[in-house]
Design a protein around this ligand. Structure first.
Ligand code: ARG
Length: 463
């Protein structure tokens, strides 16, 4: 019999019992449920609603149950609707009437969202740790490969040479913003709904601020209707996961491309590749592909919860029970993907020569040759046109800009002199990009210091 069965003459069918149950999902929150109940019981006793002996028995009983679940010495009854019922039932079986007093001035509506908020905080914290580890790996990769040049692309066409470290750092900053989004999701979860009861508050003299403090929440939700119905904090967490997965999928796309024989920029370690069951020569970037694929699923989790919340009237509706599964999936998926990506980066081999060979193709110096003329007084638009002609000449001859003679250059403009060779040198081209945030060696070194500072600051937050 369910704990709410008093007004019923018939039980639910076996099918609807299973259909309506959330225990398989919400048993993951047993620690949060027990913490919430302990805080509630202590507060009830402090307010004189239940006796201190009852509160002590409840706290002890709950701690025993927690230990049993921790040690895998607890069998969940599949006939229980959810984690709240499950624990309260076993507690009451163990300690009698005191257990049956625990739910005084409380509803599962404020209980479930209290648990979920505590759980969301924990999940966000774990993701922040994995995020820092991944960023650390990217910083190390930038450090290790410093000085290596590859072609930078726009429209997937060779554009200008860049430092590989700069490329790694671009991803580093994406994940740094993800940390902030996870932090924001943590903060959104960090408000106490407990004491809102079913929807309207309660007639018992509850001290909501006491449970706020006991449970370590940053504040107390000021409206009981909002408290039991709000799942914005889960949307925030889903959103943070989705954006981070999008960043991972972009990185994976490049990893996949760069490990093709056409590019050959990197070689993935065997431990992050798989073979083919039929083609003996194959070495596939399966894990990068898998992360790219899983991004769709995490965005789907966000969409699912948005749709569940859409048009939902106040206050609690059972629809809200659908909130947890997707979030747990999104968090686990992102967590695993970050761990996998970190290992992939740490173990992949960078093929400097292949990057350099490609950087030599596609007239990567063209902008700098135009800048050379512009710095000598030619209006940039005109310089652009002149270099366009030179590129066309190379195209026809099947050579590169640095294969042209000084005479060839001077045919197009008298401003060209012997020092044009410097404008054609990839190392100098990169080094000359000294603007803040640019790819020049000095600018990237400064950027790396800034990145390291951002890392240290996020780490020092102590999550
Ligand atoms: N299992 C429920 C959930 O996850 C707990 C709250 C149920 N409340 C209710 N009034 N039926 O949302």
């Amino acid at each position: 019999m369910a704990l709410w069965s008093g007004r019923f003459e018939q039980g639910v069918s076996e099918f609807t019992q299973e259909f309506g149950a959330s225990l398989p999902v919400d048993k993951a929150m047993y620690k949060q449920d027990i913490a919430g109940s302990r805080a509630h019981a202590r507060m009830l006793a402090a307010q004189g609603v239940i006796s201190q002996e009852d509160a002590d028995a409840i706290v002890k009983g709950l701690t025993d149950i927690e230990k049993r679940i921790d040690n895998d010495d607890f069998t969940f009854d599949i006939n229980d609707e959810d984690i709240h019922m499950s624990i309260e039932k076993v507690l009451t079986e163990a300690i009698g009437d005191a257990g049956a007093r625990l739910h005084t001035g409380r509803s599962r509506n404020d209980q479930v969202v209290t648990d979920t908020r505590l759980y969301a905080k924990e999940l966000a914290r774990e993701l922040m740790h994995a995020n820092l580890d991944l960023r650390d790996a990217l910083l190390a990769a930038a450090d290790k490969t410093f000085g290596i040049i590859l072609p930078g692309y726009t429209h997937m066409q060779h554009a200008q040479p860049v430092l590989l470290a700069h490329h790694f750092l671009a991803y580093y900053w994406m994940f740094t913003r993800d940390f902030k989004r996870l932090h924001a999701a943590y903060d959104a979860a960090d408000m106490n709904p407990l004491g809102s009861a079913a929807l309207a508050g309660t007639t018992y003299p509850l001290d909501r601020f006491a449970t706020t403090e006991d449970l370590g929440f940053a504040g107390t939700i000021p409206n009981s209707l909002d408290a039991v119905s709000d799942r914005d904090f889960l949307l925030d967490l889903d959103y943070a996961c989705s954006v981070s997965m999008i960043h991972l999928s972009r990185l994976c796309e490049e990893v996949i491309l760069w490990s093709t024989s056409e590019f050959g920029f990197i070689t993935l370690s065997d431990s992050y590749s798989t073979g083919s069951s039929i083609m003996p020569q194959k070495k596939n970037p399966d894990f990068a592909e898998l992360i790219r694929g899983k991004s769709g699923r995490v965005v789907g989790d966000l969409m699912a919860l948005l749709m569940t919340m859409k048009s939902l009237p106040l206050a609690y509706n059972k629809d809200l029970q659908e909130d947890k599964e997707g979030v747990i999936d999104a968090v686990k998926t992102l967590y695993d993907c970050m761990v996998c990506m970190k290992g992939m980066i740490e173990t992949m081999q960078v093929n400097q020569d292949a990057m350099w060979a490609q950087a030599k193709k596609g007239y990567l110096a063209a902008t700098d040759v135009a800048d050379y003329l512009a710095k000598k007084g030619m209006p940039f638009r005109q310089a652009h046109e002149v270099v366009g002609h030179l590129v066309l000449l190379c195209d026809k001859r099947g050579c590169d800009l640095d294969d042209l003679s000084l005479d060839d250059f001077r045919q197009e403009s008298e401003l060209f002199e012997a020092d044009i060779t410097e404008a054609l040198d990839l190392e100098s081209i990169v080094a000359a990009r000294t603007t803040f945030g640019g790819t020049g060696h000095e600018a990237v070194k400064a950027q790396m210091n800034q990145a390291r500072e951002a890392f240290d600051a996020d780490k020092a937050l102590g999550f």
